[in-house]
Design a protein around this ligand. Structure first.
Ligand SMILES: [Zn+2]
Ligand SMILES: [Zn+2]
Length: 796
């Protein structure tokens, strides 16, 4: 039935048009728009989502990946196009995150290609910033298929779909399309190609899609064999058999090789520790599901939710005591995670017991990602290798998260989280790079309002980790299309990261003080640009006065800081070696802690004798001479080293195989309950407030001499630091009027201290923040450096 239609011009009056025939109708009422969607929109099922939406709304046109974003060109009624734009925001797939939707009008294209299609990606737009999606744990649908004998992907260890599977670890280039991933080596079989092309299928445009007929395969190499001796199910069976009898197997996982053994077999775990030269650092345990979880741990609801999240991080959970001590000695917590690849699910289903799943590396080296390197590097550690022919484009270690005060706080940010962008409160006007510090190393690339905190790379102390840093940086900078013009770095000239920054061909270099970076990392994560009271409790970082800092109160914003207070200084006998020997640190405080008002250090008496008597007299003498002569014993005002000293004085830990081990043990031994504080004093010295630690240490020494319960003294020590911190904040508020407190530094990985400080500050009317997305330890330094560099150069 013919009718008269009005055709509404954009900026003109409505005009009447002639009577249209039904065939002409659609074209007359149609307008066309280009809709560019920025955010996390690639690798998260976004194009299939747009496709289904467009078909439902009767639109014509196409959707495609361009650079790192998605472009839709569609024609239809203005109402349908409005609804499309609205629903792109409101109904986006669960893993997508829409930052912006830019709409422009197009001249109506002739309807040569009716219908809607997913078009080939556009690579011409080289400048567009890409949003690189993190890897996602196997989804419930894929898991069901994995164990369904009727499904064609039954027991296929590389199954995935648009809702799950590898992302960041397989991408060579953006836009995220199969031919720019490691999957380009696996042409799709007919069935997979049909799923990939079917808009109604869960695998529509799932780039890493594969099946047993066309995709990657497992291979089993016994130690010492460069050729595989079994493939597919036989390879899996060989690995299962080896683990079952107490051997150690290297498996190729998502972001690197992992070393796997039976967590219930103490001998196997000890063997792994011995071969990996990792004497005491806790090992992560993977359990099959939440039932297996409860057999070994007592998670809170928040921890359980985090364990099951699609990032599948390692979560530090209270242990149920069911696993051998050798898994996580000296701590009541155990690092647990759930399977995140089909291969993990298969292994755990076969073995039906908790497994140690730890990074496949030697000692502190980076995790191995290549098959050849694995055979070589892990030869002395693994009894066999469960390999595959799916390459890993870039290394991503497992992430580690701890829940403190019901908030998940990331301690190690890698697989599942990196490289999602974090917003900068002051946009970077020029692209920049924060190179980080040394331990728990990361780097950050930033451009405009986005900061990309790269994955955790381990301690930047040797050639291997430095090489890994350079390769990961080159990879991410290319993908993100960021060419840094400013490089922010630590003040410490000895860090490999600082030396790298000095050589880096950028226009400007910007030194950033270590603890300022800690405070800025916390403030920037919460979007705070105003001045704050910054509490930085840390191991060691170089101060602007050339001494080592680590127990600091800074009045800071993103552009600068003023040092307001510090802890007492004490010598590090023999320098950095003292970090691995808390007993030496205790001797440093005992013989050489800073004195005030002509009062010597600790007035020593016989109370210290029980402690000294426990140590080798030769060592005690040597340290005494070193400290008295001030030889090779730099002074540090460190909170972390104070924890070490107290742990040793209390007989909790005299040695540490990794930084923070003694402090973790001290937190763990502390009794529940409030036992009051030890003595403490604040003094004013040269315009700075100083926490004089001598009364606290004297109380510790006397308590030990009198035989008081160590757990009670440990609890009182924590309570003392809470009280000291609150008092320092009160003084800072009196001096500045500031109410906002930002906490930073590795010492705040201590949940007892962090909870205590946040609670005490809240009770006194402060608002206190501690990092969640950005690690409070040195893994967050590069983000802090970037926030500072952006703020210093961002406003003129
Ligand atoms: Zn899936
Ligand atoms: Zn296939």
């Amino acid at each position: 039935m013919p009718a008269i239609y009005r055709y509404v011009m954009d900026d003109g009056p409505a005009v009447m048009v002639r009577v249209a025939t039904p065939a002409e109708l659609p074209n007359l009422t149609r307008i066309a728009r280009r809709i560019a969607v920025h955010g996390t929109v690639q690798g998260v099922g976004f194009r299939p989502f747009v496709y289904r939406l467009a078909v439902e709304l009767g639109l014509q046109g196409s959707v495609r990946n361009a650079g790192g974003y998605v472009v839709i060109e569609a024609s239809g009624t203005s109402g349908a196009l409005d609804e499309l734009a609205q629903r792109i925001v409101n109904d986006a797939p669960p893993l997508a995150h829409v930052d912006s939707v830019a709409i422009s009008e197009l001249a109506i294209a002739p309807a040569a290609d009716p219908g809607f299609r997913v078009a080939a990606s556009d690579h011409t737009d080289r400048d567009a910033a890409g949003e690189l999606p993190p890897d996602i744990a196997t989804c419930a649908d894929c898991l069901r298929e994995l164990f369904d004998p009727a499904d064609r992907r039954y027991r296929y260890p590389f199954t995935n779909c648009t809702n799950c599977g590898p992302r960041a670890t397989i991408i060579h280039e953006l836009p995220y399309d199969r031919e720019r991933t490691v999957m380009r080596l696996f042409p799709l079989c007919e069935l997979c190609a049909a799923e990939y092309g079917d808009p109604t299928d869960r695998r529509f445009h799932a780039e890493p899609v594969a099946c047993a007929a066309c995709g990657p395969q497992l291979a089993w190499h016994p130690s010492g064999s460069v050729t595989k001796v079994a493939a597919g199910e036989m390879a899996l069976a060989a690995a299962v058999q080896a683990i079952a009898v107490g051997q150690i197997v290297a498996i190729k996982s998502l972001g690197g090789y992992q070393l796997v053994c039976d967590a219930t077999n103490a001998d196997a775990v000890r063997l792994l520790r011995e071969r990996k030269r990792r004497p005491t650092k806790p090992l992560a345990v993977m359990v099959a599901d939440d039932i297996a979880l409860y057999e070994v741990a007592r998670p809170t609801i928040a921890e359980e939710r985090l364990l099951a999240s699609e990032a599948r991080p390692i979560v530090l959970v209270r242990s149920a005591g069911a696993l051998p001590d050798v898994v996580s000695p000296g701590t009541q917590r155990v690092g647990l995670f759930l399977p995140y690849t089909p291969l993990h699910h298969l292994l755990l289903a076969e073995l039906a017991r908790p497994l140690i799943v730890t990074s496949g590396n030697r000692c502190d080296e980076p995790m191995v990602i290549d098959n050849d390197a694995a055979l070589l590097t892990l030869a002395g550690i693994a009894d066999g290798f469960l390999m595959s022919d799916r390459d890993i484009a870039v290394r991503y270690d497992d992430s580690v998260v701890q829940v403190i005060g019901n908030r998940p706080r990331i301690l190690r940010r890698a697989r599942g989280y990196a490289p999602s962008a974090i917003a900068l409160p002051v946009p970077a006007r020029r692209p920049l790079l924060g190179v980080g510090a040394e331990l728990k190393h990361t780097f950050t690339l930033a451009s405009e309002g986005r900061a990309v905190l790269g994955p955790h790379l381990g301690d930047l102390e040797d050639v291997e980790s430095f090489d890994s840093f350079e390769r990961t940086l080159t990879h991410l900078a290319r993908l993100e299309r960021i060419t840094p013009q400013i490089v922010a770095h630590d003040l410490h000239p000895g860090y490999l990261s600082t030396q790298f920054a000095r050589r880096y061909p950028a226009g400007d270099r910007m030194p950033v003080q270590h603890h300022h970076a800690h405070i800025a990392a916390c403030a920037a994560e919460y979007g705070i640009t105003e001045p704050v009271i910054g509490i930085a409790y840390d191991g060691l970082g170089l101060g602007d006065d050339g001494t080592l800092w680590g127990g600091e109160v800074l009045i800071a914003d993103l552009t600068g800081y003023r040092r307001f207070a510090r802890f007492s200084r004490a010598p590090l006998p023999g320098g950095r070696a003292a970090v691995k020997r808390p007993a030496r640190m205790a001797l440093g405080y005992a013989f050489g802690v800073e004195g005030f008002d002509d009062e010597p250090g600790l007035a020593l008496n016989s109370d210290l004798d029980p402690f000294l008597g426990r140590l080798d007299p030769g060592e005690v003498d040597t340290i005494r001479r070193l400290v008295r002569a001030r030889m090779g014993s730099p002074f540090a005002s460190s909170a972390g080293r104070l924890f070490d000293a107290v742990a040793s004085l209390l007989g909790v830990r005299d040695n540490a195989s990794y930084e923070g081990e003694a402090a973790i043990a001290l937190e763990n031994v502390a009794a529940d309950g409030n036992f009051g504080e030890l003595a403490w004093t604040l003094r004013r010295v040269d315009g700075l407030l100083v926490y004089d630690v001598r009364p606290t240490l004297r109380d510790v020494i006397v308590a030990v001499a009198e035989g008081i319960d160590v757990p009670v003294v440990a609890a009182r020590f924590h309570q003392t630091l809470v009280a000291v911190t609150e008092a320092l904040c009160q003084e800072a508020r009196n001096a500045t009027g500031l109410q906002t407190v930002c906490l930073g530094g590795g010492v705040f990985q201590n949940s007892r201290l962090t909870l205590g400080v946040i609670g005490a500050l809240a009770a006194s009317g402060f608002t206190a923040y501690a990092g969640e997305q950005v690690p409070t330890n040195d893994g967050g330094i590069s983000f802090g450096q970037s926030a500072i560099a952006a703020a210093r150069t961002g406003r003129d």
